[in-house]
Design a protein around this ligand. Structure first.
Ligand code: G6P
Ligand code: ZN
Length: 543
């Protein structure tokens, strides 16, 4: 027996999606009507009757239960069909691909990305559009508005769908197709990269370490790297997605992927190391005794992408978020292709990708991707690096050295100050914004400030304007400081300070980044009064 029930509800405050969907502490999401209200708001805004959606998540705590609720609500709201990853598992890029491949009306992804998971940690839900990309602000704002007036939601009274069983199921009048979460994604990767060349590289003894951080990329990495490409068994570690990510903080950066860093800087280091985040869209790559900053990674990938079959015809353009270093711009200039600077957030790349203006995009926040999907894609970046290594037959260190010798080096680092009291962070930004007009001409640490502003971005495709996207201070020698508050945290405010300094070479290209940036770091503390406002003198995370 299946029957649609209309449940009376009332608005719940705070259901405003942030940089990447609605993210809250898991107990909040599990609260009475919380998930249901938001999902009904999604269906009310995008329409559900007769539509086909994709559904999956990163396997974190509550993923499985939430999937059953969303399916019952989709059926009750008249959806025709939902394509679900087996076990309700789909990495974010794989979900984006399934949305596009099956020409669906969008998809719901259950994830709080790189935030920890578990009964007391984070959960999240976001909607992706038919192009496979995150819903733009206009759409998420409409969803939020809907949550403020909601009075009822629809749900089907039915048993759970057996999401372990691949194949077609019926849920009331709706079809549920449970699919292998990896298969179509692996086929897409094979169409872009030279799998035979990668197989020979591994067969010839190339060793790598892939750390999936007990999150969603485990099954993808094992299937593609070990089963299809022949990397040694055990190459992939932490490869079983766990509801609490094994207690890990699944954010691939030098702080949280410390085990990988330690191994790559040890005598036993393999040739290449990589990690990815909770939902598989972020990546970190590390060579033997060399860390690749995400900004450099983007530049190297852009400069060498033509070595992979999927990009052999060259790139249309390269886009980066504003706080990402300008290293990629130098590559774009050399290639004579378009370069774009967008606010932080992958959604800002969507229009450039759809319009065919950019092929490769990247962010300092460990995100890199291309027009093959409409999300950043951790394993894609790792495979492109592998393809480049296979063709160039050089080490990561050699490739970086060569890159800097050609383009100069944008020394770069991000310093995060976490869980600051919101009022203190706001006061710091108010003072900083208030001082912007007085900064040009001022000399700090021997460097002259040439410009200071708060980024306002006009989308070159649809003309939409986004204000206050980050305070930036530019210096005459090409150095730059950017200040932003994180839009993805769930506890207090996280201040991010992005530091950059350009060295043209040929000398001075192999300094330690923190050393090279020391004057810029001091200037950053000085200009914003970080210690005076927040009491913090040192960052919690350095990338
Ligand atoms: C998410 C988005 C990224 C963005 C990042 C910024 O991961 O998908 O596109 O760069 O958030 O996070 P932040 O915490 O700095 O706002
Ligand atoms: Zn993520």
């Amino acid at each position: 027996m299946t029957q649609v029930t209309t449940v009376a509800t009332a608005p719940i405050a705070g259901q405003k999606p942030g940089t990447s969907g609605l993210r809250k502490k898991t107990p909040v999401f599990m609260g009475r009507h919380y998930l249901e209200n938001f999902v009904q708001a999604i269906f009310d805004v995008v329409g559900s009757a007769g539509k086909t959606f994709v559904l999956g998540g990163d396997g974190r705590y509550f993923n499985d239960r939430a999937a059953q609720v969303i399916l019952r609500m989709a059926a009750a709201n008249g959806a025709a069909r939902v394509i679900v990853g087996q076990g309700a598992i789909l990495s974010t890029p794989a979900a984006s691909h399934l949305i596009r491949l099956n020409k669906t009306d969008g998809g719901i992804i259950m994830s709080a990305s790189h935030n920890p998971g578990g009964p007391e940690e984070d959960f999240g839900v976001k909607f992706n559009m038919p192009n496979g990309g995150p819903a733009p602000e206009g759409v998420t704002e409409a969803m939020y508005q809907r949550t403020t007036t909601i009075t009822e939601y629809k749900v089907l009274e039915a048993q759970d769908v057996d999401l372990a069983a691949i194949g077609r199921h019926q849920l009331g009048g709706m079809i549920v197709d449970v699919v292998d979460p990896v298969a179509d994604y692996a086929t897409l990767m094979e169409s872009l990269f030279d799998f035979p060349a990668l197989r020979s590289m591994f067969a010839n003894g190339f060793r790598m370490r892939m750390d999936s951080m007990c999150a969603v990329t485990g099954p993808y990495a094992v299937e593609i790297l070990e089963n299809q490409l022949g990397a040694a068994k055990g190459t992939c570690v932490n490869a079983t997605p766990l509801p609490d990510f094994g207690g890990m903080h699944p954010d691939p950066n030098p702080t949280w992927a410390k085990a990988l860093m330690d191994e790559m800087f040890s005598d036993a280091a393999p040739d290449f190391g990589a990690a990815s985040d909770g939902d598989g869209d972020r990546n970190m790559v590390v060579g033997r005794e060399v860390y690749v900053s995400p900004s450099d990674s983007l530049a190297v990938l852009a400069a060498n992408a033509h070595l992979a079959p999927g990009y052999a015809k060259g790139l249309k353009g390269v886009a980066r978020s504003m706080p990402t270093s300008a290293a990629a711009d130098r590559v774009a200039d050399a290639l004579g292709i378009g370069k774009y600077e967008t606010p932080t957030g992958w959604k800002f790349f969507g229009n450039l990708l759809d319009a065919g203006m950019a092929t490769i995009c990247g962010e300092e926040s460990f995100g890199t991707g291309s027009d093959h999907v409409r999300e950043k894609d951790g394993l894609w970046a790792i495979l492109l690096w592998l393809n480049i290594l296979a063709v160039r037959k050089q080490s990561v260190a050699e490739i970086l050295k060569d890159h800097w010798a050609t383009y100069g080096r944008n020394y770069y680092s991000r310093h995060d100050f976490e869980a600051i009291e919101v009022a203190k962070a706001d006061a710091m930004f108010a003072a900083l914004r208030g001082s912007l007009a007085t900064l040009p001409g001022r000399v700090v640490e021997g460097m002259t400030i040439t410009a200071a502003d708060d980024l306002a971005y006009t989308d070159p495709v649809d003309g939409s304007v986004s204000q206050k996207q980050g305070v930036r201070v530019m210096f005459g020698d090409g150095s730059r400081i950017v200040y932003r508050l994180s839009g993805t945290g769930t506890e207090g405010a996280t201040l991010r300070v992005y530091l950059e300094r350009y060295a043209a070479g040929p000398s001075g290209l192999d300094l330690d980044a923190q050393e090279a940036l020391a004057p810029v770091i001091r200037a950053a503390h000085d200009l914003a009064g970080i210690a005076a406002h927040t009491g913090r003198t040192a960052p919690d995370v350095v990338t």
